[in-house]
Write a protein that binds this ligand. Sequence first.
Ligand code: G
Ligand code: G
Ligand code: NA
Ligand code: MN
Length: 253
Amino acid sequence: LALENALRRAIEEDEFELYYQPQYDMGTGRIVAVEALLRWPRPDTGEMVMPATIIPMCEESGLITPLGLWVLRRACRDYSRWQRQRIAPPRVAVNISARQFQAQDLVETIREILQAQQMRAAQLELELTESVLQTQSATEQMHALAGLGIQIAIDDFGIGYSSLSYLKHLPVSKLKIDRSFLRGIPEDEDNKAIVEAVISMARSLKLQVLAEGVENATQRRYLRARGCDQVQGYLYSRPLPLADIEALLQQSD
Ligand code: G
Ligand code: G
Ligand code: NA
Ligand code: MN
């Protein structure tokens, strides 16, 4: 409860920050998107609180609604700034939690934010986990978002339990292979089988595929040889605070 109260105050006091991690096209080497990642530098302890702590607590308490809104607004505001500076990558990616996705007014809220920031829908990508995809209303909401032109990526792909057939019926543009499957690549036979299966399935379904958690050149060579489209990970860049991602975008221009 102490943490919950502190989080509530953190929203009011505007204490959260977004870090950004770039996603690269393997063919061109260019940045195709940056993913917004939530951080809370706690003023009282000096600790950097991570999403794994923040998000579950906010989902339980309902704080995810104002926090999720803050994240969307901030990410789009930053993107709009990059457009004015002429350093904007093709897209900004924002994580949406399951509970946040259930809100009935999400589509309208996103439409208003895009309009306020003069962003095209195609410049926003939402990262949803498989757990979001289970219900009829979620399916309708995804179609409404995709209808606006928003890109939808499935995050942490492979760790959920959902059947794969749903992918055929949903307006998804990208699969993000969960970083746990990159561990031990290419020696780990099980992970190798999973990564290759996802890449091949993505190709059959005409989806983009991105590998998360790429940490070394061996993994990079392996992924390139298997036809993975995009990569994200410490080999390329850690998640960076605003000033640092802006410097990186400037250099990559
Ligand atoms: O930044 P870090 O790698 O610790 O993030 C861990 C997880 O938290 C990631 O899988 C990411 O999807 C999730 N996450 C990060 N930022 C946000 C956010 O703003 N909202 C939601 N719902 N999840 C986030
Ligand atoms: O899947 P999710 O959206 O949670 O992924 C983003 C998280 O993964 C961030 O918290 C980020 O700090 C972390 N991350 C990003 N790149 C790497 C990497 O190369 N290795 C590891 N171990 N974690 C990474
Ligand atoms: Na994510
Ligand atoms: Mn992920």
